[in-house]
Each structure stands twice: as structure tokens, then as C-alpha cells.
Design a protein around this ligand. Structure first.
Ligand code: SF4
Length: 327
């Protein structure tokens, strides 16, 4: 797919650009396996900018595998509060326990051992192997997939098995025999800054002369997005003596978190309304003041348990209203 001279020229050009323009990130500047592990869990479906403050706080509270493995789940979820997709936090916690129990607190370097840990699929295992252990393995996040699809002018839908195979082979063909960390970081940064989604900045690209894309803005090819579905939810706002009544999440979606209880829809004006997006859904969440039910649990407003962001924000919004029904 690519001869050695071209590969070597590509690495030289990309490496020089990365040395000058690569992003400084806390898990890159100190790429210990634990820091990389945490960052990879946090970065799943979340932007770097959103992750940065969470990562810093996490490292202060859970500086190593041992501390995280011994932490109570409620504390782990509280530190994740606001990042969303809470199964990642629960899986990271379980992974830390498995590393403590089976690997003497040392994160394994082998892909197969990484894959055996909770929450670690092929992508995350490859990313940890590359970033933490400097292994030359193909890593295909959205940014790198876009860069590779353009570099090799991939005209297949990259979400199909054939498209994914093409990317995997192309990404493998670009690898050196060593130095996975810099190579992967550089491709990722190229995709994040120059070879962006939509029209790329090809005139600034350090590897333009290696690129085969004739119409880069049209790549990568993916199926059309599913249309947005609108949903309406009603929740109960029950407060008493500066406490709010909550219930533990009854389903898997927000397992381990506390929610405002579900309420019947009403024609009357809601106490507060907030909209939020989750995957392809746009949800309108209305709060309605009610008396507490017997099985709801009161929590002091200044010491709330971990709550999903929409419920926490809706509660905060309701409490800022002049007629917020706080006793
Ligand atoms: S030349 Fe343009 S399309 Fe090709 S890799 Fe560089 S930025 Fe992307």
C-alpha cells in the first residue's frame, strides 16, 4: 500500500510539524499508563476541552489505580458528574479494581490483557498501547479516521466492514516499527486542527504532498445522520427544609445516580423547563412542584449525591425562580 521511502518521508514531515505545533495535554506531557487510561475513558464521546478540568480534579482525588480501586462508587460518580455517559465511570472503576486484583496495580501493556478489562474495547486498548506504552499500533478515532480516509482517498463508507478494514490496513501501512505515541498524537492533532471535518486547510498541511484526496471535503464517506427525535419528560420537584427529594435511577441509563422522580404530565405551567440533547434526541424536561412520596429520599441542597447533568441543571434552574417552592 505504501513503500518505505514514502512512509519515511511522511513520518519526517508529520513528526516535524508535531514537534512545532502539537497540542500540550496533561496526559501527553506525563503519559503514565494510569493517566492515559483515565484520559481515554473520559475522552470517549467527549471533547478535550470538556475533559481537561475533570481530568485535573480526578487526578487530585484518585492519583493512582490503588486509590481509585478502593474508592466508593458514589465518590467516583460524583467526580464524573457533568461528563455524561456514566457507564464509563463505572467501567473505569471496575477496570481499576481488576488491575488491582489481577495485575498488582500495574496497567498491562498487552492488547489482549487490556481488552480483558471492563470498558476497554479495541479502540481504547490500541490508544492505551500507543500513548502509554509507545507501541506502533493503529489507532482509529474520528480524527485519525478522517485523515487516513483522505490521505488514501478512501471512497468506501467508513462505517461498513469493508470501509473499516480499509482504514485499518491503511493506518497499519503508515506505522513505523516503533514510536506509536508521537505518530498517533500527530495524526490526531492533524485531524483536530488542519484536516478538520468539512473543508480542510490543505495549504497548511505538513503531509499534503503525500495526500491522494481529490475532493477532501467530501471524505470520509458516512451514512446520513438519523433525524433528531423530540421527547418531553416531566419530573417532580419536591422540596422541604432546604432538601430535595430524589430517587435512585431505576434503569441502566443513569445507574448509580440520583434523579428527580418522574411525574405525570400536566396542562399547568411547569415550575421550570430545560432542554437537553442526548445522542439523536432533543429532550424538553419540565419540572412540576409536588408533595414528596413516601419512598423518595431527601438530600440537603448543599450536599447532593451524584445526579445527571439535565436533572441537576433543571433543579438549579427551578431554585433560582422567584417562586421556587422551598420551605
Ligand atoms: S492535504 Fe488536506 S485532505 Fe490531505 S491530509 Fe492534508 S489537510 Fe487532509
Amino acid at each position: 500500500m505504501i513503500d518505505e521511502k514514502i512512509r519515511s518521508g511522511f513520518h519526517k514531515a508529520l513528526g516535524a510539524w508535531f514537534q512545532a505545533a502539537g497540542r500540550s495535554l496533561p496526559w501527553r506531557d506525563d503519559p503514565s499508563p494510569y493517566r492515559v487510561l483515565v484520559s481515554e475513558f473520559m475522552l470517549q464521546q467527549t471533547t478535550v476541552a470538556a475533559v481537561l478540568p475533570y481530568f485535573a480534579r480526578w487526578m487530585r482525588s484518585f492519583p493512582d489505580v490503588e486509590t481509585l480501586a478502593a474508592a466508593p462508587e458514589e465518590s467516583v460518580l460524583k467526580h464524573w458528574e457533568g461528563l455524561g455517559y456514566y457507564s464509563r465511570a463505572r467501567n473505569l472503576h471496575k477496570a481499576a479494581k481488576a488491575i488491582a486484583a489481577n495485575f498488582q496495580n500495574k496497567i498491562p501493556a498487552e492488547l489482549s490483557q487490556l481488552r480483558s478489562l471492563p470498558g476497554i474495547g479495541p479502540y481504547t486498548a490500541a490508544a492505551i498501547a500507543a500513548f502509554a506504552f509507545d507501541q506502533p499500533v493503529p489507532v482509529l478515532d474520528a480524527n485519525i479516521a478522517r485523515v487516513i480516509a483522505r490521505l488514501f482517498d478512501c471512497r468506501q463508507d467508513i462505517t461498513t466492514a469493508a470501509g473499516r478494514r480499509f482504514l485499518q490496513q491503511a493506518a497499519t501501512a503508515l506505522l513505523h516499527t516503533s514510536g506509536g505515541r508521537q505518530h498517533t498524537s500527530a495524526l490526531m492533532d492533524l485531524g483536530a486542527t488542519i484536516c478538520r471535518s468539512g473543508p480542510p486547510e490543505c495549504s497548511l498541511c505538513p503531509v499534503q504532498k503525500f495526500c491522494r484526496a481529490a475532493a477532501p471535503a467530501s471524505l470520509p464517506i458516512k451514512p446520513a445522520r438519523k433525524p433528531v427525535t423530540r421527547l418531553v419528560e416531566w419530573c417532580a420537584l419536591a422540596t422541604k427544609r432546604r432538601s430535595v427529594f430524589l430517587i435512585p435511577s431505576p434503569g441502566p441509563r443513569w445507574k448509580g445516580l440520583w434523579l428527580l422522580p418522574a411525574a405525570e404530565p400536566r396542562d399547568a405551567e411547569p415550575t421550570a423547563t430545560l432542554t437537553y440533547a442526548i445522542t439523536r434526541y432533543r429532550v424538553t424536561l419540565h419540572l412540576r412542584s409536588t408533595a414528596p412520596a413516601a419512598d423518595w429520599t431527601p438530600f440537603p441542597l448543599d450536599n447532593l449525591p451524584p445526579m445527571p447533568t439535565p436533572h441537576r441543571n433543571a433543579l438549579a434552574l427551578a431554585l433560582t425562580k422567584p417562586r421556587a417552592p422551598i420551605e
